[in-house]
Write a protein that binds this ligand. Sequence first.
Ligand SMILES: [Zn+2]
Ligand SMILES: [Zn+2]
Length: 314
Amino acid sequence: MQLRDIDVPMPGLGQLLLRVHACGVCRTDLHVIDGDLGEPKLPLIPGHQIVGAVAKISGNSQFRIGDRVGVPWLGSSCGQCHYCQTGRENLCDFAKYTGYQIDGGFAEYCVADERFCFPIPSGYTDSQAAPFLCAGLIGYRSLRMAGDALRLGFYGFGAAAHILIQVAKFHGREVYAFTRKGDRTGQEFAMKLGAVWAGSSEEAPPVPLDAAIIFAPIGELVPVALKGVAKGGTVVCAGIHMSDIPSFPYHILWNERSVKSVANLTRRDGHEFMELVSKVHIEAEVNLYPLERANEALDDLRHGRFQGAAVITP
Ligand SMILES: [Zn+2]
Ligand SMILES: [Zn+2]
């Protein structure tokens, strides 16, 4: 990424101009920048976990100037395709994504389709709320896909897992946290947040798990997690990109175990998650970077140099 001065964008009909106060950094931003995802607009302003204040409105709006709103990864959906018409706009054939096909929030200003923006609950600072917009609410969708699992494994303990463990605890579930081998700091961080067990992904869980969520973009973890779940257990892949999954013997999938992926979010997920965090206080651990140091934030994420989430504060 290069720092550039550009004109403040003009909101089109149905769009909001937002003064960006905080924008979370997500592993997907790394995938976009690395070229792992095939269809970015270019040049592009990445960033899809935006918290900002409404600075200008074009057309009628549910929001008013000065309102605090959040902009998630799903920037727009068509409303017409089979998926949209069956409550699955996360799978829309013509969706556009923030910070990928629409300029995002690593900027002082951005525009967003107001129908896809969420009010941010009070009780959180802008930077604490920013990771909710993807880590939180796509994580929440992954948690829902895990069903009513009591014993839940998290493979990778970054921004999403550190928020989701707090939701899982509120539900009364047990979280088993798996990190890179030798990542004592990450394991201690997970225990501090209430994991019942933390260890390396090379270790077997101390008890069979009911479900596992893989947050790390590492395909090798799929058979590892399958071996860790009990009969009937589910392995949910929460990321948008993953390295290839090695072949594995059928018997680790046998007995009604399943593997599924989570794609994007619906607006319903967003509203449900915001409602949840307005009732249950989530303590997000945020590492702040000014806009000028956005590349450093991404580099630190790549190398696992912080716990919790990185947030850019323009
Ligand atoms: Zn994301
Ligand atoms: Zn659609």
